[in-house]
Design a protein around this ligand. Structure first.
Ligand SMILES: *Cc1c(COP(=O)(O)O)cnc(C)c1O
Length: 369
């Protein structure tokens, strides 16, 4: 990340200087400009900037105006923020299992979990690839339940429907949410987030909710949040957004090289591509077939100087904070197994071929290749 910023430094400095000059630190012009540019990049959707990706999920659920205790269907294999938003609002997270190949929410399990109390389905496009939006959109329509897309990891990914329509991740359901946390594909230099919707009325409501529920200054229509994207972050993100298509292509090239080199390594499973979705490779996540050896592989790579990450070591139902939901070990076998088997290898736009070949060589060496 440091090297990436070195190349962008003149543009980032200039963006910061402009904000300092105008001193419009809250709701300055860069916020609206960034929202318009991101909306254009994502096929003309309304973008509502906010303070972070977790707030984006909270605001999305708030805008549905659900009764207390409404059930929110959420994958058991995700980052905890997906669950946190629902829990904080007094809604009831209902967990479902994921698919073992794409890591994404299992639509069959979603449909089985629907009850008259279901308020929303929150799908996560994990690691950069769309969940099965074809099935999820059908289920959402059939049952009249809102679909929210947690798109913190797949900004710019697209999904092709059977009817040949292609849509951006986040633009299919009622609301899409995203995060500009520094390590995300479109990362700021601090916290940031946004919501996406195709519906102008919902966009207006979300804008109000993110700004103390006010329709105009000191007139409060709703109980809202103070959740705004700083002008400074918006100005920096405008610079980063111009880089996003090239960065995505670079990530995809790294992933293609990993695929070619690792497909034949015994003992690991490379990430499955869903042919209907493009993949923006927020993470390149392999599975170690013999799950007991995953930690051993990570330690080996660490000793070789190769940093790897485990997303996620625990499924959300095993987190102490969510014990109150009453789930037991064994209820989400796919999520539980993924937590033991996954390992994310280095992938970023500036990873050189030499660095990557070293990683590939070390992974092969561990499995005796
Ligand atoms: C990063 C992330 C979030 C939260 O975003 P923040 O900006 O850190 O609040 C939510 N969901 C998923 C899947 C994420 O990866």
């Amino acid at each position: 990340m440091a090297t990436e910023h070195a190349a962008l430094q003149p543009a980032l400095n200039e963006a910061m200087r402009e904000v300092l000059d105008t001193a419009a630190f809250i709701q300055g012009p860069a916020v609206g400009q960034f929202a318009a540019e991101l909306g254009e990049y994502l096929g003309g959707a309304h973008i509502i900037p906010c303070a972070n990706g977790t707030d984006a999920l909270t605001l999305a659920l708030m805008s549905l105006e659900l009764p207390a205790g409404a059930e929110i269907i959420i994958p058991a294999f995700t980052y905890v923020a997906t669950l946190e938003a629902a829990a904080l609002l007094g809604l009831k997270p209902v967990l479902v299992d994921s698919l073992p190949d794409t890591f994404n929410i299992d639509p069959t399990a979603v449909e089985a979990a629907i009850t008259p109390r279901t308020g929303a389905i929150v799908a996560v496009h994990l690691f950069g690839q769309c969940a099965d939006l074809e099935a999820l959109r059908t289920i959402s329509t059939r049952h009249g339940v809102a679909l929210i897309e947690d798109n913190a990891q797949a900004i710019g990914a697209t999904f092709q429907f059977q009817n040949d329509e292609t849509a951006f991740a986040g633009a299919v359901g009622e609301i899409g949410t995203t995060s500009f946390f520094p390590s995300k594909n479109l990362g700021g230099l601090g916290d940031g987030g946004a919501l996406l919707t195709r519906d102008a009325a919902r966009a207006a409501l979300l804008h109000q909710l993110a700004n103390h529920g006010q329709s105009r200054k000191y007139h409060h229509q709703h109980i809202g949040l103070n959740s705004r994207l700083d002008t400074l972050q918006a100005a920096l993100l405008r610079v980063k957004l111009r880089q996003l298509p090239a960065n995505t292509a670079a990530r995809q090239a790294v992933a293609a090289r990993y695929d070619a080199a690792l497909a034949a390594v015994p003992g690991i499973i490379i990430p499955t591509r869903d042919q209907r979705s493009s993949h923006v490779f927020h993470q390149y996540t392999i599975q170690v077939e013999e799950a007991g050896r995953r930690d051993e592989l990570q330690l080996f790579l660490q000793k070789c100087g190769v940093p790897t990450m485990i997303y996620y070591p625990l499924p959300v139902h095993a987190q102490a904070a969510y014990a109150y939901l009453g789930y037991r070990a064994g209820q989400f076998p796919v999520a539980e197994r993924l937590c033991e088997a996954v390992l994310s290898l280095p992938i970023h736009p500036l990873l050189t071929v030499e660095q990557q070949e070293y990683v590939i060589g070390r992974v092969g060496a561990f499995f005796g290749n």
